[in-house]
Design a protein around this ligand. Structure first.
Ligand code: ATP
Length: 256
């Protein structure tokens, strides 16, 4: 069964039809979502996470339909995401930001703490955060305000936050944008390891086609709200419609 399935998703902003019947099924491992600027990639994420209500179509998580525009329901069903520009709380520590990704049940202090509205983090939650920070080589910075870290590390913290609640689906929005090759490796190696161990389904929007072809056995290309091609990276970038869509945008070649 697919972890995530979109059928016939259509989205309009005013008169602008941004998604025009998108079908996409995501199983375990990495799937790439590529396409020129404005193709509608982030809108796909916003539909899945319940922040944009489609005018048509449905989203299923593990085979179960989800009500549209219900972010809390989607999160409870195990979907997490990152953003093009990290959305972290700059003044809070690295660890507190990762803990913020954990489900309420795990982070609740219980008893009096809950009654007083004090968010005491449970030991299990802290252990999970530590395990992730260790995996991503950020344990020694756990107590620092996340805003002090360079962009590359902040983007890695956001990935760790998304992984914290052991989700089943992770949506990564241009994780490598603005990162050095070394930062990309620091992010991707633990992510691939954890993804495989936990059988995560990871959908990744990325303009770096070399990275996409390295990570994703399967890629879908979106253009003006339609999926133009869906297959291996080599098949997709060689697809005539994809080549045409990218003309002038400098499409990269990908080794098969
Ligand atoms: N909330 C919104 N209201 C109105 N228009 C929107 C909204 N969100 C996105 N759009 C429009 O929808 C289109 C697709 O945007 P989207 O961000 O999904 O594209 P994208 O493929 O992720 O692009 P990029 O690669 O540049 O991030 C664009 O024309 C954008 O201006």
């Amino acid at each position: 069964m697919n972890a995530l399935e979109l059928s016939g998703i259509a989205v309009r902003f005013g008169g602008n039809e941004v998604l025009k019947g998108v079908d996409l099924a995501i199983g375990p491992g990495f799937t790439g979502l590529i396409g020129p600027n404005g193709a509608g990639k982030t809108t796909v994420f916003n539909v899945v996470t319940g922040y944009v209500r489609p005018v048509a179509g449905s989203v299923r998580i593990a085979g179960e339909p989800i009500p549209s525009a219900r972010p809390a329901v989607v999160a409870r069903r195990g979907v997490r995401r990152t953003f093009q520009t990290p959305r972290l709380v700059a003044e809070l520590s690295v660890e507190a930001n990762v803990l913020a990704g954990l489900d309420a049940e795990l982070t609740r202090g219980g008893g009096l703490a809950d009654f007083l509205g004090i968010s005491r983090k449970s030991r299990a939650a802290r252990e999970r955060a530590r395990e992730l920070l260790d995996a991503f080589g950020l344990a020694d910075r756990a107590a620092e305000p996340v805003g002090n870290l360079p962009l590359g590390s902040q983007k890695i913290v956001e990935v760790a936050r998304a992984l914290a609640p052991q989700p089943r689906v992770v949506l990564l929005d241009e994780p490598a944008a603005g990162l050095s090759a070394a930062d990309v490796d620091r992010m991707v190696a633990p992510l691939a390891e954890i993804g495989e161990r936990d059988e995560l389904s990871i959908l990744i929007i990325e303009h770096d086609l070399e990275l996409v072809s390295r990570l994703c056995p399967r890629v879908a290309a979106l253009h003006f709200g339609r999926i133009l091609a869906d297959g291996t990276p080599a098949e997709v970038v060689a697809h005539p419609d994809v080549v045409k869509a990218y003309l002038g945008a400098g499409v990269a070649t990908v080794d098969s």
